[in-house]
Design a protein around this ligand. Structure first.
Ligand SMILES: Cc1cc2nc3c(=O)[nH]c(=O)nc-3n(C[C@H](O)[C@H](O)[C@H](O)COP(=O)(O)OP(=O)(O)OC[C@H]3O[C@@H](n4cnc5c(N)ncnc54)[C@H](O)[C@@H]3O)c2cc1C
Length: 502
């Protein structure tokens, strides 16, 4: 194949994946990244010897399946990476109802639920059975438009007993699922609704999320986000790919309805045979392409589909070893509390150095506190007001730390506050919606990779899939290149020629 040139806008997991598969398939790929390092939201930073990780908690595909292939092919996982499967998926401490745990094992969780709510035996068994069945669902390996009838048959066959559940709950909420199953125990229902009953959270999203965790296929990669991003970046470079950092793209150059190049913020213009956008979807459609190639579906999605609520993350570097009951605890409150300008009924604390010694020097601890905050709070917050808001958050965060870890505040060596504006500054994510569109009843409803009427252009990344996340973002990068190879009449390669398993 001739060395055709591909420009990839954005060096997050989607862009890195596209870059790697592009190089594996004989293209000449350049990743243009506005930041000074790769990874996008898959990132972390050092402060005073403490490591604050912004992203990786769990990674679907750490054990098997189509996503596992991608992690291995892109170098995100290699033989040296240790996978940690936590005993618990989540632990809640509720002001009124006490402790509730979700174990990362179906049998263990079932036993725990039955102990607390024996009257709900039938509903508990049914829920756990549904979770187990969800794990039978296999992701498609090939890109949309490149699947054979056999692929669909095989997918249906694998889905087996999960198919009726998809048909029944594909467009329904988790709350409706709990109602259908007929749970009676009020405490259990309270926790289910606290955790999964929010607004219109998808029933399928719930089942699949728990299924992945409970079958050991959604572990944590030791070293965390930035190390994972750097492994992928190294693979891209080793395959001959080129990065250009601090290169923000302002415009996609279109001639005769064909994408031919990009204009950078610092004035340069670059041309290529194919342009792949792997950055914020809203910026691509509405700014870089000036709204020219929107269709009804995109307009509806960006106008109406609910977004993830932004996060504030407070990192504490503590000069003392702290053990927590589990690696993460969510605290839920009877009445809303005020943190700065945000009113919230929940916040979480993660003890990240408990399971990854890379996060804090020996004998010290990194704790991360996190809460959701509406974008409207931050939208116009600037200058002194922004500074004051961070100070207000700092004060309350220290009080909360002291409440849950008495004495810890005397040992704070370092504090770091990342706000929705931090997310936007570093990654450009629209309204700081860190995983894009929320997985509501639209969870089966993705957006297309191609824009009608625009040639030589592909869109990838988290904004194509409600629920977002690392696996589908990386997969969309693979799919983009698979389709390009197909259009060139080539055979898609997932490994270097000498070890090819294409
Ligand atoms: C706090 C947090 C926790 C998370 N936890 C998990 C988790 O445990 N598991 C999981 O699977 N997912 C998790 N996610 C979600 C996951 O990180 C994202 O869905 C995924 O990283 C999206 O990848 P992406 O490549 O599509 O986009 P991004 O990561 O947003 O990458 C886009 C890239 O494009 C660059 N860019 C933007 N605009 C331009 C421009 N104009 N010119 C050039 N470059 C540009 C950005 O700098 C960025 O590097 C989490 C996210 C957050 C924030």
């Amino acid at each position: 194949m001739d060395q055709k040139k591909v420009i990839i806008i954005g060096g997050g997991v989607a862009g890195l994946s596209a870059g790697i598969y592009a190089q594996l398939n004989g293209f000449n790929a350049t990743i243009l990244e506005m930041h000074d390092k790769p990874g996008g939201q898959l990132t972390a930073w050092e402060r005073n010897g403490y490591h604050f990780d912004y992203c990786l908690h769990w990674l679907v595909g750490t054990d098997h399946g189509v996503f596992n292939d991608i992690w291995k092919e892109t170098g995100a996982m290699d033989d040296h990476v240790q996978v940690i499967n936590h005993l618990t998926f989540s632990r809640v401490e509720d002001e009124e109802h006490g402790e509730f745990i979700i174990y990362n094992s179906i049998n263990r969780w079932k036993a725990y639920l039955l102990e607390g709510a024996p009257e709900d035996e039938k509903a508990i068994n049914e829920l756990c059975e549904m979770i187990e069945k969800s794990t039978k669902m296999e992701q498609f390996e090939d890109a949309p438009g490149m699947r054979s009838a056999g692929d669909y048959m095989s997918s249906l066959w694998h889905m087996g007993s999960f198919l009726p559940i998809i048909l029944r709950y594909g467009k329904r909420t988790a709350r409706e699922l709990f109602e259908d199953l007929g749970f009676k125990n009020e405490r259990l229902l309270y926790f289910f609704n606290q955790l999964f009953g929010a607004e219109d959270f998808s029933a399928l999203g719930l089942l699949m999320t728990l299924g992945w965790g409970m079958t050991g296929n959604a572990g944590y990669l030791k070293g965390g986000s930035l190390h994972m991003a750097m492994r992928m970046a190294r693979r891209f470079r080793q395959l001959g790919g080129e990065f250009q950092f601090q290169s923000r793209v302002n415009e996609i150059i279109v001639e005769n309805d064909t994408a031919v190049g990009v204009k950078l913020a610092h004035g340069d213009v670059m041309y290529a045979d194919h342009i792949i956008s792997a950055c914020d979807g809203h910026a691509v459609l509405f700014d870089m392409l000036k709204g020219t190639y929107l269709n009804e579906k995109f307009e509806e999605a960006y106008a109406e589909w609910p977004l993830f609520k932004p996060l504030v993350m407070i990192g504490f570097g503590i000069d003392k070893e702290i053990q927590s009951p589990t690696h993460n605890t969510s605290y839920t409150l009877r009445e809303p509390m005020i943190i700065g300008r945000t009113s919230t009924k929940a916040y979480s604390i993660f003890n990240r150095s408990m399971y990854d010694e890379a996060f804090a020097p020996k004998g010290k601890t990194t704790l991360l506190m996190q809460f959701e905050t509406p974008w409207e709070v931050w939208e116009s917050l600037k200058g002194l007001d922004y500074h004051d808001e961070k100070e207000a958050i700092r004060k309350v965060a220290i009080e909360l730390l002291e409440k849950h870890y008495p004495g810890a505040c005397d040992h704070i060596e370092t504090m770091d506050i990342a706000t929705p504006h931090t997310t936007i500054r570093y990654t450009g994510v629209w309204k700081a919606a860190y995983e894009g569109f929320r997985p509501t009843t639209n969870v089966l409803n993705g957006l297309p990779m191609k824009l009608e009427g625009l040639e030589n252009f592909t869109m990838i990344g988290q904004w194509l899939f409600p629920g977002g996340g690392l696996p589908p973002s990386a997969q969309s990068g693979k799919w983009a290149i698979q389709r390009l190879v197909d259009a060139e009449g080539g055979e898609f390669m997932t490994h270097e020629p000498e070890t090819a398993h294409a």
